[in-house]
Design a protein around this ligand. Structure first.
Ligand code: NDP
Length: 294
């Protein structure tokens, strides 16, 4: 029996980063300036600090300027809003990212809505989400993780038009925008969520599955039609005593089994993960180019 082609997100992300770097260099040559990304982090969560460090390093590598504001976990909503406004007004900043989650008691939606839509590189502003959902409109920015999923499909030569796509999950940051994007690519899209009666039956109809339910290895071999393409967004830590860290990462798809029936599949780690930061760089470059080439 055959096994699926592994979609190498790390390699594809490397190619895209090189493309971004050359576009940043070109912009600098023509305008004397570079795109800038501001990252706002509130509090001391270790995972958030790790993500922010990775984002800053990724910016550096492609020549995007990075700005940083670290507020204590005790910061008030008003202080966070003030920081966002300061970056909104800063002409060297073309993208603003507020690392989530914010501390309890802070209204995340209000903070995200304060980001100038021209600088909303995470694509979470309601106006950008609204345009993503509307026929005949294009958002200024598309959320990074679902954008990365589409990019993986396209760069792997997967034909999308007319195909049945099933998205497992409907969160604002992954599932819902992934479904919108697949619809824009002319897929027939079905969304599975926690109230779906028979997710297995729905998934079996899919030519393309995007799994983003945050439930370890939920999508099984008998959920997948032979030859389907699988994009696994999930990152779940499961106990593993053989690993130094005491755990390992698995996706929302039962990789070892599903790869026996799929035609192509993303691994975890090394699939969607590396694409997310890459799309943040891409959004920041686009924003910088829009502003600097005016
Ligand atoms: P959320 O928890 O916000 O959303 C999960 C979604 O899956 C919900 O819509 C939920 O349905 C649905 N769901 C949960 N359990 C089931 C079930 N048993 N059957 C059917 N549907 C179910 O997660 P996120 O969207 O934020 O993230 C999804 C996964 O992707 C996580 O593993 C996360 O770690 C990972 N992730 C990875 C990123 C990357 O860069 N690689 C970036 C972001 C996330 P309902 O709406 O009904 O509750």
């Amino acid at each position: 029996s055959s096994t699926a082609t592994v979609i190498d997100g790390k390699a594809i992300a490397g190619t895209i980063r090189a493309e971004i770097k050359s576009k940043v260099d070109d912009l600098k040559r023509r305008t004397g300036r570079v795109p800038g990304l501001a990252v706002v982090i509130v509090g001391e969560r270790k995972d958030s600090q790790t993500y922010v460090r990775m984002k800053r390093k990724a910016c550096e590598e492609v020549g995007i300027a990075s700005f940083h504001c670290e507020l204590p976990g005790t910061a008030t909503e008003e202080e966070i809003l003030k920081t966002v406004r300061r970056f909104n007004a800063d002409a060297n900043v073309h993208g603003i990212l507020v690392q989530l989650p914010l501390p309890k008691g802070v209204n995340e939606e209000r903070v995200l809505a304060e980001i100038s839509i021209e600088k909303d590189v995470d694509g979470f502003h309601p106006e950008n989400i609204g345009k993503l959902a509307m026929k005949g409109h294009e958002p200024l920015f598309v959320p990074c993780t679902p954008k990365g999923c589409i990019e993986l499909l396209k760069r792997s030569g997967v034909e999308l038009s007319g195909k049945n796509a099933v998205v497992v999950g409907r969160s604002n940051i992954v599932g819902m925008p992934a479904a919108m994007l697949l619809m824009k690519e002319n897929c027939t899209v079905t969304v599975v969520h926690s109230k779906t009666k028979d997710p297995k039956r729905v998934c079996r109809e899919a030519d393309v599955i995007v799994a983003a339910c945050g439930s370890a290895e939920m999508v099984k071999k008998d959920w997948v039609k032979k030859g389907a393409v699988i994009i696994d967004v999930g990152t779940n830590g499961v106990d593993d005593k053989t690993k130094k860290a005491g755990y390992r990462l698995v996706g929302d798809v039962d990789y070892a089994e599903v790869r026996k029936v799929a035609s192509a599949i993303t691994p975890v780690p090394g699939g969607v993960g590396p694409m997310t930061i890459c799309m943040l760089l891409s959004n920041t470059l686009d924003s910088g180019a829009r502003a600097l080439e005016k």
